[in-house]
Structure formats: C-alpha cells, structure tokens
Design a binder for this molecule. Sequence first.
Ligand code: HEC
Length: 151
Amino acid sequence: MSRKSTIAGVAVAVIVLVQFIPVTRVNPPVEEEIVAPAEVQRVLERSCYDCHSFESRWPWYARVAPASWYVTRHVNEAREHMNFSTWNRYDAEKRADHIEEIGEEVGEGKMPLKSYLLLHRGARLSEEERATIRRWVEAYSPNGSPPDTSP
Ligand code: HEC
C-alpha cells in the first residue's frame, strides 16, 4: 500500500469512527409555550424555534459528525439561554428580560445566527417582520396585556 492510500484509509476510518461519538439530539416534550400574537408567533416559529425550543427541526447533517457537534452545541446553548418551550419556568421579570433581549438581538441583526441563515434562507426576516417584532417588544407588558394607551 502506498503512503497516500494509507493516509486516505486512516482518514476514512477516523471519519467513520467519530460517527459513533454520541451526541444529544433530542426534542423533550414542550412544557408551556410562549404566548404571543399570531403574526409574532409565526416569525418565532419559523426563524427561532429550531434553536430556542424543544421543537427543533433537525437537518440531515445534524446526524453526521462533525457537523452534528456544531449544530447540537448551538441548539443546547440557545435553549439554555432562552427556551420558548419552557416559558413556564420564567417569572414575569425574566420573561420581560427575554423579550427586551429579543428586541435587541433582532434589531441589531444578530439573531437568527448568520451561520444558520446560510443554510436556512427561509428563516431570514423581512423588514416588515422586524417591525412586527419591534412593535411587539415595545408594546409588551409583563402581565401579558398591551399597555393602556387611552388618554
Ligand atoms: C442556529 C441557532 C439559533 C437560531 C435559529 C436563533 N438563535 Fe438566538 N441564540 C442562539 C445561541 C447559540 C445563543 C446564545 C449565544 C449567543 O448569544 O450568541 C442565542 C442567544 C439569543 C438571545 C440572548 C438570550 C440571553 O439570555 O441573553 C436572544 C434574545 C436570542 N437568541 C433570540 C433569538 C431570536 C428572536 C431568534 C429568531 C429570530 C433566534 N434567537 C434564532 C442560537 C440561535
């Protein structure tokens, strides 16, 4: 066997072997979902739920190492920071914090993550959708009802 084919053989063996390293790729049951107006909910589900919920749609490459490590790390990290499927675990103050952060992250174009948008073009937010999120964040009050705007 030539040196080249030995190296190629070892590379193939390594690629095959790393597939057996276990990764956690699970969708636990939804507890209590965030409650938002329908047009906001649609945006969150389409562009955020793959990472920030227990309803992730796992792409095929989430089954193939090393891409699977990258995808699951992002999802686990995102769920830890903020999970729309366990909204019941946050008190009114934490919910208000998260919603304010959503306004910031979306306003600054930091969320959804750029690397995600490369492969999920449909998750891009239009100007109109950004405005929808912004209005929702501005109108949000922790008791869940819109602020009283009557004179
Ligand atoms: C590809 C996965 C992915 C998607 C899709 C995604 N996020 Fe994130 N998000 C993360 C990760 C990872 C973090 C934590 C690390 C960081 O802040 O970059 C995070 C952090 C956040 C935070 C900060 C939470 C905190 O505790 O500070 C907010 C707010 C947020 N995301 C909102 C959103 C919104 C809104 C969307 C949809 C428009 C979205 N994200 C889509 C991966 C994602």
